[in-house]
Design a protein around this ligand. Sequence first.
Ligand code: FES
Ligand code: FES
Length: 160
Amino acid sequence: MKMTFNLNGNPVSVEAPADSTLLTVLRDYLGMTGTKEGCNIGECGACSVLLDGRLVNSCLTLAAQAQGRTVVTIEGVRAPDGGPNDLQEAFIQYGAVQCGFCIPGMVLAGEALLAANPRPSRIQIREAIAGNLCRCTGYQQIVDAIQATASQRLGRSNHV
Ligand code: FES
Ligand code: FES
């Protein structure tokens, strides 16, 4: 089956079996290996991507569901100069990255939250990342990084 969608700002067309998950198509057909395969049953969030701006588990999403839509993977999250964006920098600064396996999904969960709610409380941040498991950090640093980015972005938007 041929599937066409927008991936990280570029149109892509891929031929894959109709029952392929979006995770499989992203990793195995399109080389987007930043999207991680953890549990493969919708429980860990390592495979999180944005589908039309909404956080989804790509292991539970058929690639065919992306037809004509917009997909953002961690490869599509970056600063204009191609380096880490402000949220990714905050993850580094706050020590929110250890083994790194959960981080692509965490960053995308953070971006989805900040797009929908630029001023989240710590509880709302915890709720937003509730579907993303991290076995390393204890979550505090991740919450700190997302909260600091929210404050920085609000500060910047207040000065334009
Ligand atoms: S790999 Fe998709 S939720 Fe775990
Ligand atoms: S940093 Fe290791 S799973 Fe989150």
